[in-house]
Design a protein around this ligand. Structure first.
Ligand code: FAD
Ligand code: NAI
Length: 467
């Protein structure tokens, strides 16, 4: 029987990063993955393929709608969906092969199959052909990720009624796409298919899009997507999806009750959240505790209630984000090697990769109000940023929230082109405990979109220059 210091179950961003860091620190490490390729949800059916399609569909829309404004005259662009999907698949393959290479390079052993906890210090690997292997290990890290939340009474067939996985590989552009849920997946993939020609209607239970993000951001973003042609039915619930010979009929009712209406759709995307995935892991054989949402319970060192078993990523509490899973992977590996691994949950950026992008880090205005924390807000619109003006990307703003007494940055919220990159500087600033004044006094290159961040920081002290 092979024997290890650490066996990691699942090679998504949490698991593979954890394994590499553990190997770097001298732990004899193995990973167990049931998928044919490494990289988990993120690389295979999540972050990477969705960003490839967002990139390609944006290029398609740009060529059709905006090139002429720049004096670039091209004939009307035509969509070759198969080629676009091949572009996406190539990106996925490049990334998953990269992870395989990194695991090998760091001396991590790879086992293909379902990992099952088989008593103290043992993991059983069950291969697809039924064969099994027993691994002995001092520690186990569970990084088995998450799965799609099902809508009661609605069967996902990945053809007419799809999850994000099916929506990333449709064979043709649906004429009418109904999206259930105005969260990250609904708005990113809704944007992809709208750009490629679908009429998109998003049905959301709550009275706003992107719940959990800053309210002002949600409002402005809702308006922008509306202008782009996405239709919204907020405060509405789907009570049934009936698949017919051609497409589906979606029954929608006001969330508070009232008259139902029927929407016709060629494809229905169910995007109402994700749930922790622990099927087949055998948690019950060793008695690992989960909470009422099915998340594996851990302490601040990622330890479960069972000695030697740890858990990280989407399968535990916290935002279901790849970079959160990665940082937890590093932290738990360092803790196992006797170091002081740590994740600062107050500074985890959250980005929606639509156009424009939405990015946030730290507290929202709603959270600060609820916590009774006095703050000053500085806001700067991209309409007043020179680079955004010349690029015709003036939708959106930067908002910085700083403690009213200490001026420490507590939260930053951006709607705008490249917001996902812009948020990085304020995340670093927050990690160092910076004040808005620190950001305002830092020289920012001209002409860049980053100047809008500096101006928002100046606006906290009511001294922005360009508005
Ligand atoms: P996962 O990536 O889910 O990996 C878990 C792995 O464990 C899987 O490969 C699975 O096969 C394997 N596994 C499960 N059980 C077993 C078992 N018993 N034995 C062996 N293997 C097992 N996040 C971002 O930060 N940015 C984005 O842009 C982004 N885009 C997304 C787009 C979509 C469409 C989706 C669905 C998600 C997106 N996410 C994004 C979320 C991100 O994918 C997850 O937060 C991230 O993948 C979580 O990493 P993880 O390592 O915890 O789990
Ligand atoms: P989500 O939690 O972001 O959004 C789900 C939405 O569906 C919410 O607005 C919710 O109010 C709504 N909803 C729930 N039940 C409903 C119902 N019955 N009818 C109508 N609306 C309903 O979940 P989503 O978009 O499925 O994404 C799952 C996870 O994947 C997210 O937690 C996110 O962290 C991660 N992800 C991250 C991305 C990124 O970082 N860019 C991209 C895609 C996914």
């Amino acid at each position: 029987m092979s024997s290890y210091d650490l066996v990691v179950i699942g090679t998504g961003p949490g698991g593979y990063v954890c394994a590499i860091r553990a190997a770097q620190l001298g732990l004899k490490t193995a990973v167990v993955e049931k998928r044919a390729t490494h990289g988990g949800t993120c690389l295979n059916v999540g972050c990477i393929p969705s960003k490839a399609l967002l990139h390609a569909s944006e290029a398609f829309e740009e060529a059709g709608k905006h090139f002429a404004d720049l004096g670039v005259i091209v004939s009307e662009p035509k969509l070759d969906l198969r080629k676009m999907m091949a572009f996406k698949d190539e990106g996925v393959a490049g990334n998953t092969k990269g992870v395989e290479f990194l695991l090998k390079k760091n001396g991590v052993d790879s086992y293909r199959g379902t990992g099952r906890l088989a008593g103290a210090g043992r993991v059983e690997v069950i291969a697809e052909d039924g064969g099994n292997q027993l691994l002995e290990t001092k520690n186990v890290v569970i990084a088995t990720g998450s799965d799609v939340t099902k809508l009661p009474g609605v069967t996902i067939d990945e053809k007419v009624v799809v999850s994000s996985t099916g929506a990333l590989e449709l064979a043709s552009v649906p004429k009418r796409l109904v999206v259930i849920g105005a969260g990250v997946i609904g708005l990113e993939l809704g944007s992809v298919w709208r750009r490629l020609g679908s009429e998109v209607t998003v049905v959301e239970y709550l009275d706003r899009v992107l719940p959990g993000m800053d309210g002002e951001v949600g409002k402005q973003f809702h308006r922008i997507l509306g202008k782009q042609g996405i239709a919204f039915k907020l405060s509405s619930k789907v009570t049934g999806v009936e698949v017919g010979k051609k497409g589906a009929t979606v029954t929608v009712e006001p969330a508070a009750g009232g008259e139902a209406e029927k929407l016709q759709a060629d494809v229905v995307l169910v995007a109402i959240g994700r749930v922790p995935y622990t099927e087949g892991l055998g948690l019950e054989t060793v008695g690992v505790q989960v909470d009422n949402k099915g998340r594996i319970q851990t302490d601040s060192h990622y330890a479960t209630n069972v000695t030697g078993i740890y858990a990280i990523g989407d399968v535990i509490a916290g935002p279901m984000l790849a970079h959160k899973a990665e940082d937890e992977g590093v932290a738990v590996a360092e803790l196992l090697a006797g170091q002081s691994g740590h994740v600062n949950y107050g500074v985890i950026p959250n980005v929606v990769y639509t156009f424009p992008e939405v990015a946030s880090v730290g507290k929202t205005e709603e959270e600060l109000k609820k916590d009774g924390i006095a703050y000053n807000a500085g806001k700067f619109p991209f309409t007043a940023n020179g680079r955004a003006k010349v690029n015709h990307t003036t939708d959106g703003f930067v908002k910085i929230l700083a403690d009213a007494t200490t001026d420490r940055v507590l939260g930053v919220h951006i709607v705008g082109a490249d917001a996902g990159n812009l948020i990085a500087e304020v995340a670093v600033a927050m990690e160092f405990g910076a004040s808005a004044e620190d950001v305002a006094r830092t020289c920012h290159a001209h002409p860049t979109l980053t100047e809008a961040v500096k101006e928002a920081a100046l606006a906290v002290g009511k001294r922005a220059i360009h508005i």
